[in-house]
Design a protein around this ligand. Structure first.
Ligand code: TRP
Length: 330
């Protein structure tokens, strides 16, 4: 069975953008592949972050993944910092990672612009990501469009390392991106990608009341100023959400009512809220159970880290040998 690896940042509570854009797909893929999923807390420190909040955010993300249906009996789920081999391999890769290319990465350019003094970690981010993937010799990496450049970098790093240290038979496979089916999900502002840092999200654990408070003022087709203006569902961000959360009959009806100004946007939003509740209720209930059982969550993550480490240790031993490190205690 081909192996897949993917990672998600510990941003706290999972939101519907993460869920539709990535996690729902991860749940599907665990049945078809040998899946390894990681909460990437080491990546989180490359940006300004709150150390006192990181444990909670990491745990919340893990709970969100488990509640969404990642099954520890099928997939390995763990926290990146629990497996120290990630940073070991990252360091080995710095020997061959081309500085010029790291500086040309889109995310590096975006993120470094926000700092007066640029932390070196932002530059190294793709090297750590390559280490995450290659440590497990993963074949495929489920990601969204925004990660394609980092994936290409990982492939190139694998190629370079193989050329340098494993010429006779390439050790690392060149991992391929497995693009997530859902297109990127916009936030409730209808402008930018849904993202915790922009405050335009709906958390998957929010109650129906909280969801409604956010949906009610959410941006729709900007051309629809009053209730009697006909709207265009194709440019309405909430219609996109209907496509994910509502049954086909509802989608057709909503689109028709919008085009003919039969309904106001609030009517449409009410139906969307219903559809969301159907999908999110079981996840929320499972998350509440997990939150009440922190020791159980710790145990699942510790077991995940143990399984991941068994693979990671072997890779590091092979890599050290090929890179010429003197054998010794391990
Ligand atoms: N950079 C990814 C993101 O921001 C997260 C990530 C870290 C990742 N390591 C990974 C994704 C390895 C896939 C594989 O979404």
């Amino acid at each position: 069975m081909p192996r897949i690896f993917s990672g998600i940042q510990p941003t706290g509570q999972l939101h519907i953008g993460n869920w539709l854009g990535a996690v729902r797909n991860w749940v599907e893929l665990q049945h078809k592949y040998e899946a390894i999923y990681c909460v990437v807390d080491l990546h989180a420190i490359t940006e300004r972050y709150d150390a006192s909040a990181l444990p909670r955010r990491t745990r919340e993300m893990a709970i969100g993944l488990l509640a969404s249906g990642i099954d520890p009996a099928k997939a390995i789920l763990f926290v990146q910092s629990h497996v120290p081999e990630h940073t070991t391999l990252q360091w080995f890769f710095t020997a061959i990672a081309p500085l010029g290319e790291l500086e040309r990465m889109t995310q590096f350019k975006d993120k470094s612009g926000k700092h007066e003094s640029i932390p070196a970690g932002i530059l190294m981010y793709p090297v750590l990501q390559a280490a995450d993937i290659l440590l497990y010799l993963a074949d495929l990496v489920p990601v969204g469009e925004d990660q394609v450049q980092h994936l290409e970098f990982s492939r190139e790093l694998a190629r370079r390392w193989n050329t340098e240290f494993s010429r006779a038979s390439p050790y690392f496979p060149e991992p391929k991106a497995l693009l997530t089916p859902a297109r990127r999900i916009l936030g409730l502002d209808g402008q930018a990608k849904m993202s915790k840092s922009l405050g335009n999200t709906i958390g998957i654990l929010e109650t129906p009341e909280q969801v409604w408070q956010k949906l009610r003022p959410a941006r729709t087709d900007p051309a629809r100023v009053t209730k009697s203006d006909p709207g265009n569902p194709d440019v309405c961000n909430l219609y996109t959400l209907h496509k994910h959360f509502s049954p086909p009959e509802t989608q057709t009806m909503v689109a028709e009512q919008c085009r003919t100004a039969g309904w106001g946007c609030l009517d449409c939003k009410r139906l969307l809220a219903e559809g969301m509740e159907v999908a999110l209720k079981p996840i929320r209930e499972r998350a509440v159970e997990l939150e009440a059982a922190p020791l159980e969550v710790d145990r699942v993550l510790a077991e995940g880290a143990e399984k991941a480490r068994a693979i990671a240790r072997r890779t590091i031993a092979d890599v050290k040998e090929r890179m010429g490190f003197m054998p010794g205690a391990n």
